[in-house]
Design a protein around this ligand. Structure first.
Ligand SMILES: Cc1ncc(C[n+]2csc(CCOP(=O)(O)OP(=O)(O)O)c2C)c(N)n1
Ligand SMILES: [Mg+2]
Length: 600
């Protein structure tokens, strides 16, 4: 079949399916793209032609920023347990490098996205093309090489014949639960438009079976032996529990063997918040209840977790516990010199428990704080009520992720969507759009700080364009509450963390800026509601739920609402300093650091 490389690529993608537990879905749900000279005549032409020829197999979406469209693909794929995602097409140069941050976020969170940046001419006849990086040492380098370290598979299609094997490799990585992340196929702009005679079988319907590896018998025996020797086990449930669909099995295991379950950010919602075995969030942003257990546990059973420093309180949390790590990726299973059980979480939980064994300790569940005034904690509590049983909350960076991790009452595995692998300011609205595209029947509540909003608010226009309804709760505290607090704690005097004009002293300590973010949201096409206290917020949230259009609820809570941390986080403090706060902070830092356990 004679087609251009771009036409062949799209025809191939439209025929790829994922399958798990007998359910098939389109692996590539559609294409997000921003066009420029690097993709308009290749992928752009092919998309236009396919739209006319083959209906809605690969719908096209126009985003406002290339980074944002990768976030949207991540929000979508995470909501669908990584079984379906979007392709993202860009021009060459800035359009392509705008995706680097999105790619890093996807890979760090182990979420599949397919990136199709345009690239400089393979023939090089017309070079340097507009936006080409010229490396005097090698003509083989382009800006797209910046995507290599943040991609789990990267290839550049310099000749049409290279396309089929590159496509198969790309689909394999996207659908491999241990390998998945950003997959990049860089497409030189001349090659995209080049025709070739393709074998028809390239376009056959192809189903990618998403594996559920079962534990190796000997490894299972080692894990059971370890469990039998433990009387105070604690489960740390990570995102892998949710992606595997292992929540029911986790609940059964915890109940049957009497094991408390603590949750990471990605794992929050693995158990309902009111499940008797759920002791809440773990780590630096964890509950006092979970962290107390972590300090006493003799065995940590990590399931589908990558053990970030927030989870381990920078390796100060788990006293003298040993580790049993259930993970589909050997890389994660081997962490902390753990006993490795390389397997799908659901398959492992079904067979893991040894006969007659039961944990021999009692545990307390976290207590609910009493809330007053109109602090951030009160805002989150009111949003929590509005999200209810069927909504979803989305967030990523600032002071909210910690408060949410600790205090949010999650109704289920897909009701809590906090991106905390990359904690990327700007993910919130773009990611929320992806969540809503994946779960149109649910109300999606995006919580966004003013700092994050100012980085990437523009996808509100994309949501309006698509008629996709989001509820965005915009929390304005005039700057970086999170980093402001951290700055003070490390002796950096809150430098550069408030949105204030340059003042008489020459520093950024003048008047609050006359920036009206509510008006900004309205200008992007959203309906906007302002709320000044809890009662107004509650009624605004009711209105927002009833609305059919994207609605922004704008709040300015009182400062100082953060709940104190019950475990440490390693942020190195200046070893020498003139200011006394920094010197005092250094003393505290060195003291805390002594608790750090250098696991293998
Ligand atoms: C892209 C990006 N840049 C910088 C940071 C570091 N950082 C983390 S939180 C934060 C401030 C967030 O401000 P805002 O969204 O207003 O939330 P608040 O802390 O006020 O709750 C910064 C700068 C980040 N996480 N992501
Ligand atoms: Mg802020």
């Amino acid at each position: 079949m004679r087609l251009t490389v771009a036409q062949a690529l799209l025809r191939f993608l439209a025929n790829q399916w994922s399958e798990r537990d007998g359910v098939e879905r389109r692996l590539i749900a559609g294409v997000f793209g921003i066009f420029g000279h690097g993709n308009v005549a290749g992928i752009g032409q092919a998309l236009a032609e396919r739209g006319a020829g083959t209906g809605d197999a690969l719908p096209y979406y126009l985003a406002r920023n290339e980074q944002a469209m990768v976030h949207t693909a991540v929000g979508y794929a995470r909501t669908l347990d990584r079984l379906s995602t979007f392709a993202c097409t860009t021009s060459i140069g800035p359009g392509a490098t705008n995706m680097v941050t999105g790619a890093a976020l996807a890979t760090i969170n182990r979420i599949p996205v397919l990136l199709l940046p345009g690239d400089v001419f393979a023939t090089r006849v017309a070079n340097p093309v507009l936006q080409e990086l010229e490396d005097p040492r090698s003509f083989d380098v382009s800006v797209n090489d910046a995507l290599r370290p943040v991609s789990r598979f990267f290839d550049r299609i310099n000749r049409p014949e290279q396309l089929p094997s590159a496509l198969l490799a790309a689909m394999r990585v996207l659908t491999d639960p241990a390998e998945t992340g950003a997959v990049t196929l860089a497409l030189p702009q001349d090659v995209q438009a080049e025709a070739w005679d393709w074998p028809e079988e390239l376009f056959a319907r192809r189903v990618w079976h998403v594996a559920r590896p079962v534990p190796e018998p000997a490894a299972l025996e080692r894990a059971r032996t370890l469990l039998r020797s433990s009387s105070r086990p604690l489960i740390v449930a990570g995102g892998g529990v949710i992606y595997s669909g292992a929540c029911a099995e986790l609940a059964e295991f915890a109940e049957e063997y009497g094991v408390p379950v603590a949750e990471t950010q990605a794992g929050k919602g693995s158990l309902r918040h009111d499940h008797p075995c759920n002791v809440g969030a773990i780590g630096h942003t964890g509950t006092a209840a979970a962290n107390a257990l972590a300090r006493e546990a003799d065995l940590v059973i990590g399931i589908g977790t990558r053990y970030s420093d927030f989870t381990t309180a920078s390796r100060t949390l788990f006293g003298q516990a040993r580790f049993l790590n259930v993970n589909v990726a050997a890389f994660d299973a081997a962490k902390h010199a753990g006993t490795m059980l390389v397997a799908d979480a659901r398959e492992a939980l079904r067979v893991l428990g040894p006969d007659g064994w039961r944990a021999a300790w009692t545990f307390a569940r976290p207590e609910r704080a009493v809330l007053e005034g109109f602090t951030q904690a009160v805002v989150l509590d009111a949003v929590n009520d509005a999200v209810g049983e069927d909504g979803v909350v989305v967030n990523a960076a600032g002071s909210m992720p910690g408060d949410l991790h600790r205090a949010w009452r999650a109704a289920g595995p897909h009701s809590y969507h906090v991106e905390y692998g990359y904690s990327c300011m700007g993910y919130e609205i773009a990611g929320g759009l992806g969540v809503k595209l994946a779960a149109p029947e649910r109300e999606v509540f995006v919580l966004v700080g003013d700092g994050s909003y100012l980085m990437m608010a523009q996808e509100i226009a994309t949501a309006v364009q698509e008629g996709v309804k989001l509820i965005v709760v915009l929390v304005d505290n005039h700057g970086f509450a999170s980093i402001g607090g951290l700055s003070e704690a490390v002796g950096a005097r809150r430098l550069g963390t408030a949105y204030r004009a340059r003042g008489a002293s020459g520093g950024l300590d003048g008047e609050l800026l006359p920036v009206d973010l509510a008006a900004n949201a309205a200008s992007l096409g959203a309906d906007v509601l302002r709320a000044g206290d809890r009662a107004e917020l509650v009624s605004a949230l009711v209105k927002a739920r009833e609305a059919t259009r994207t609605t922004v609820v704008y709040v300015r809570p009182e400062p100082g609402s953060g709940v104190g941390a019950s475990a440490w986080w390693d942020v190195p403090v200046a070893e020498v300093a003139e200011n006394p706060e920094a010197r005092e902070a250094r003393v505290r830092y060195e003291e805390a650091k002594r608790e750090q356990r250098i696991y293998l």
